[in-house]
Design a protein around this ligand. Structure first.
Ligand SMILES: [Zn+2]
Length: 299
């Protein structure tokens, strides 16, 4: 696998520069020399932001994504997500996940109510800090959201700073990854508010989203989360590993709006690298006809 990656690296160096440029500027990256004649200019007839212009940009970014997919060993090119909704869907707590007074507390859900074939990718904890993951996701243009626990990221805050610089939202997964229902209200509040403060100080934004460790919570957890400024509590409908998916639903399938959980883990913790894990989950997502969308565009 190493050897294969080295072999394609040279061929895609120029592409990577193009990908990086495309990700950071409104100007679409220059195409290959053959595409730069008057014909190519003519195909971009629309003004910036017009339907013709957007279609051309989408076509170009899908071309880049196809090259990135080949580089990173994906069998299929990830599908492009539709434009974000003008209005975010209203969220309610999933049936069976309620606590007393849940309608006044941040909603707890495993799926975002949408009709389009999009799913959301979330990565938890923060122990493994694989630079290949940052590169892969940027080059493929796959959005994801991170839920970070301070005790696991504190040996390398800079890694997640680079992740944020690449457009990834960093959310709250408590200071010390304790089992919340075993703690009283004040202890839970310290775990949640403490991580809000730390993430805000380190990365400049107070996260709107919180995920309790192990997905376990009680009314105190949600009351504390609300007091700490949390707006919503996304759990997950499926969990991704390097070699398999695990499903919450009886039909063992994806559904529009499903949230996928995975973890920052290395080959010492599970059977593969972060890159292997992304390959596996994207195979499943793309084969089933879904695109990965940005959670923060919907929640
Ligand atoms: Zn966790």
């Amino acid at each position: 696998m190493k050897r294969r990656r080295t072999r394609v690296a040279a061929a895609s160096a120029a592409l990577l520069a193009a990908v990086a440029a495309g990700a950071c500027t409104a100007e679409p990256p220059a195409g290959p020399p053959g595409a730069r004649g008057p014909g190519a200019e003519q195909s971009r007839t629309g003004a910036p932001g017009s339907p013709a212009d957007r279609a051309e940009q989408a076509r170009r970014s899908q071309t880049l994504r196809a090259a990135a997919a080949a580089k990173w060993g994906l069998e299929r090119v990830p599908l492009a997500a539709p434009p974000p909704p003008a209005v975010k869907p209203a969220l309610t707590t999933r049936e069976g996940f309620e606590v007393a007074g849940h309608d006044r507390l941040p909603p707890v859900f495993t799926t975002v109510p949408v009709t389009e074939r999009v799913v959301f990718l979330t990565i938890d904890d923060g122990r493994e800090k694989d630079p290949d993951l940052l590169r892969m996701m940027t080059e493929l243009g796959i959005p994801y959201s991170s839920f970070l626990s301070d005790y696991l990221i504190s040996d390398d805050y800079a890694y997640f700073g680079e992740m944020r610089d690449r457009g990834v939202a960093l959310h709250n997964h408590t200071l010390n990854h304790r089992y919340m229902p075993a703690l009283d209200y004040a202890e839970q509040k310290r775990e949640i508010c403490g991580q809000q403060d730390r993430l805000a100080r380190r990365y400049g934004t107070r996260p709107p989203l919180f995920r309790p460790p192990y997905g376990n919570y009680n009314q105190d957890t949600l009351r504390a989360a609300r007091a700490c400024g949390v707006k919503a509590v996304p759990l997950w409908a499926a969990e991704a590993f390097p070699d398999r998916m695990e499903w919450r639903e009886w039909d063992r399938d994806l559904h529009p709006g499903d949230i996928i959980l995975t973890h920052f883990r290395g080959a010492d913790e599970w059977d593969g690298t972060m890159v292997d894990m992304i390959r596996q989950v994207m195979r499943t997502v793309t084969e089933k006809g879904y695109a990965v969308a940005r959670l923060e565009d919907y929640v």
